[in-house]
Write a new protein. Structure first.
Length: 134
């Protein structure tokens, strides 16, 4: 028997500092597929060590395949200190039933917001290219 699971798995989540103030303030969670319009995003919680933090007002993008969360109001580790074992718990609800919920888990990875200061390319006589970034 094959059972159809209508809720897409989460692929991965990214957390970053979007404004350069050295505070992590934005999470984006990628879904493996589009969330059907029969379901809604009920909530997102970040699990960091022994702490579970409720995210305020998470939203789906217009394609319903990414979850966008402003986490600037949460007390989080500093940039560069975000734990590698952090995860998000994503809860969905079913519009057709009363109280049915589904939970998916995503690992959360810190991504840098570094700016490229300088770049140059070298093309050697053998036709090989190298790109150097600073």
């Amino acid at each position: 028997i094959n059972f159809y699971d209508p809720i897409p798995d989460t692929r991965v989540g990214y957390i970053k500092d979007t404004d350069g103030d050295m505070a992590l303030d934005y999470v984006e969670i990628l879904l493996d597929d589009t969330l059907s319009s029969n379901y809604y995003l009920d909530g997102v919680k970040l699990v960091i060590g022994k702490d579970t933090l409720d995210c305020v007002d998470p939203k789906l993008n217009s394609a319903r395949d990414r979850i966008l969360v402003d986490v600037s109001s949460l007390v989080l580790p500093s940039v560069g200190e975000f734990p590698k074992d952090a995860k998000a718990l994503v809860t969905y609800g079913d519009k057709a039933s009363d109280g049915a919920t589904y939970v998916r888990e995503a690992s959360i990875v810190e991504v840098g917001s570094n700016v490229i200061k300088d770049a140059y390319a070298i093309h050697n006589v053998n036709g090989l290219d190298s790109l150097f970034l600073q």
